[in-house]
Ligand binder design. Structure first.
Ligand code: KG4
Ligand code: ZN
Length: 364
């Protein structure tokens, strides 16, 4: 194999802890082996998943080092990096799983929503391999992938359930009535929750992605120091985070960035985080009551947040509902979730044509 130009094998984070059983036992006993590919945003990822929920490998090449100096993703740089990394990442995923293209039953690729230049790389790659190796191709919606990330560790969740996806690109609440049966209850009217985290981190000069940085700083801050607004958007399951972001901006301007000492930053981080989490928990609680659904799943990058996980766990206990969350490493973008969702499409005979075209806007 041609590996020239593949200089940063060490930028691949290999989720060894997610390889749940020995590879050989999985390979010999699986009924479906799916190669998942996700290049929707700023991470290049490939994974091998057997039977829809056994992760043989889940390789993620993060681009955050490239984008952090800009405080957000630069789409052109993201696409170029995907082109460099997609082959080495897929190769690594195959190697880690100990399989070759000949063992694969289908290639599941994310075809949207996302950055179009980034999606084109994954889709173009997947189509080329599918065509050359005569492997069925399956198209997976990124949001469906997030919903399925929960099934990777809890394969027995019963329907219906409420599913909150809180990520950098989306904040949406669904009723999931079955595989492929999604009713959107609400979505953000402006910024996604993760986007708000990233923008606030930028305002505070903290780097990208902002979520994990704010999460950590908030541990030492006072969440009651600032009374930031919570947009509950009455009588609706919609969300809104842009007002909160503006309120933080005004506070930062008042304090003047230069004089922001670390205590102030930690207090702002903790107060901002509390406002985000309050809204997310309250909205889901309202949906539980209104819809009478007592099973909830969380997914997307923001569901890695420690305060969010704690508060949802408390709420679930108090209301005696079932709560399912992915492990932290499966909350953020990864191809295992694409393979998991792809497996169900494959089993349903839902095969994509070689004319598959990604879409930046692709509602579930
Ligand atoms: O799901 P994801 O990897 O990509 C999208 O589909 O958007 O989510 C990335 C988002 C980023 O905005 C990032 O700041 C946020 O998830 N995030 C977090 C945490 N970890 C990642 N937000 C809050 N707390 C975290 N611990
Ligand atoms: Zn995502």
């Amino acid at each position: 194999m041609h590996m020239e130009g593949y200089k940063d094998r060490n930028t691949l984070s290999v989720m060894r802890n997610e390889i749940k059983e020995s590879n050989s036992s999985l390979i010999t006993h699986h009924s479906e082996l799916i190669l998942g590919i996700d290049t929707s945003c700023d991470d290049t990822s490939a994974a091998l998943v057997a039977d829809g929920n056994k992760i043989l490998s889940n390789i993620i090449s993060s681009q955050s080092d490239i984008h952090k100096k800009y405080g957000g993703i630069v789409p052109e740089l993201a696409s170029r990096r995907h082109i460099e990394m997609v082959w080495p990442v897929v190769d690594e995923a195959l190697n880690r799983a100990g399989v070759s293209f000949a063992d694969i039953d289908a290639i599941a690729v994310c075809h949207g929503p996302g950055l179009i230049g980034s999606l084109l790389v994954g889709c173009g790659f997947a189509k080329a391999i599918a065509y050359a190796k005569k492997i069925p191709l399956v198209a997976v919606n990124h949001l469906e992938g997030h919903i399925f990330s929960v099934f990777l560790e809890h394969s027995d969740i019963e329907f219906p359930f409420l599913s909150l996806i809180a990520s950098g690109g989306h904040t949406s609440l669904y009723i999931v009535n079955g595989l492929g049966q999604y009713i959107e209850l609400g979505r953000t009217r402006d910024d996604a929750a993760g986007e708000a985290y990233d923008k606030v981190a930028k305002l505070l000069g903290l780097g990208y992605p902002g979520g994990p940085i704010i999460d950590e700083l908030a541990q030492e801050g006072n969440p009651k120091a600032y009374e930031f607004p919570r947009a509950y958007v009455p009588e609706s399951f919609d969300f809104s985070f842009s007002g909160l972001k503006t309120a933080v901006k005004l506070e930062v301007q008042k304090s003047e960035l230069q004089t922001l000492d670390s205590k102030l930053i930690k207090d702002i981080a903790a107060s901002f985080q509390l406002a985000v989490v309050d809204v997310l928990v309250r909205k889901v609680e309202w949906a539980i009551v209104k819809k009478g659904i007592r099973r909830v799943t969380l997914s997307g990058g923001v569901s890695a947040n420690s305060e969010l996980r704690k508060r949802f766990a408390e709420m679930a206990k108090e209301r005696e509902i079932e709560l399912f969350l992915p492990s932290i490493s499966l909350c953020t973008d990864n191809a295992a979730m694409i393979a998991a969702a792809g497996c169900h499409h494959f089993k349903a005979g839902d095969i994509a044509g070689i004319d598959l075209n990604p879409k930046a806007y692709l509602p579930l």
